[in-house]
Design a protein around this ligand. Sequence first.
Ligand code: PLP
Length: 395
Amino acid sequence: MKNGKRPQTRIVHAGSDPQKQRGAVNTPVYRASTVIFPTVAAMRSGVENRLDTVFYGRHGTPSSFALEEAVADLEGGYRSVTAPSGLAAVTLSLMSFLKSGDHLLMVDNAYDPSRQVCERFLKDYGVETTFYDPLIGAGISQLMQANTKVVFLESPGSLTFEVQDIPAIAEAAHKGGAKVILDNTWSAGQFLKPFALGVDVSVQAATKYIAGHADVMLGLVTTATEEDWRTIKTHAGFLGLCAGSDDCYLALRGLRTLDVRMERHHETGLTLARWFQERPEVKRVLHPALPDDPGHAIWQRDFTGASGLFGVILNEYAQENVEAMLDGLDYFAMGFSWGGFESLMIQTNPAPARSTVKWDEPGISLRIHAGQEDPEDLIDDLERGFERLNSGERS
Ligand SMILES: Cc1ncc(COP(=O)(O)O)c(C=O)c1O
């Protein structure tokens, strides 16, 4: 296996073994429900090793195993488990370590559906959640209870992009005997290596940057240890979670170009963020790679780059002017799921999804995804958009 030491080489070859695939470079799509065994002994061995082998389609195929091996390599973990969406990966990771009577510490700026899993689903199973300030750092120790079993982080957080002090939180969580789970979707595992910072379980919506082409729903849960991997794989089995082989194939194909795509998302995202900063229409840009961002120092310490997703707060404008801007954009499409090759812009409202730290920043909140287009075309589009924002006239 030509698995080089440097990350750019590893991502090209991880999880791949062409000679096992009759020389085909890409592990093919294995569509399988029934897996047949040549002998009773082989069947017995399949049952005994069902977590690790191709035994039954629901437990994994060579397509999902190849993707899991590659993502674990990317994140620097032991092994991964695929799930049919990013949210399924979040829920799987939580259900694997929480039971009735347990307490969960969940970051207050988590992706809203992850938050709702706590408020509206885990609650009914007897799990109590406390939402904590994303900037709490080592102070999380004061929120730890005897029954706190999981501390969940997402950094930078959804919509408002605060950067968490992962090592400080992980240390305090471990002292209290809790598992540390990170939603690492923003960095794609490319720009943040979670296990080196003390994380136990890293979750990604592979729907976003790993698949990278806006055409796949997929999640991955990666663990630092074999023990945690076995726990999660077993729970994925209980829940009957499995990802389609076509989607695993597409995600693995996306992964091969993650390095170059992320470099472009980083560059274009920063170019746009700096452009927004210069504009009189803009109050604040929420992008941790900008030197004046409150999260910059921690971002610089822990991350090696920034993805294309960031926030912008505009001054107050009439809603119809904002809609005139958004409706007429040529390249920035309006859509929720990000991480594809296309640029996106949506209006957001971070306030209702907070319960611990109020979000009361006045102004119009936007979320931008910088895609793979030429940044000059994107800026031309934004300039025309700001003309409509100011005039209220539609194009
Ligand atoms: C940070 C984060 N985590 C998880 C998810 C869920 O991913 P999926 O859409 O694949 O369920 C999303 C989706 O937007 C997300 O932004």
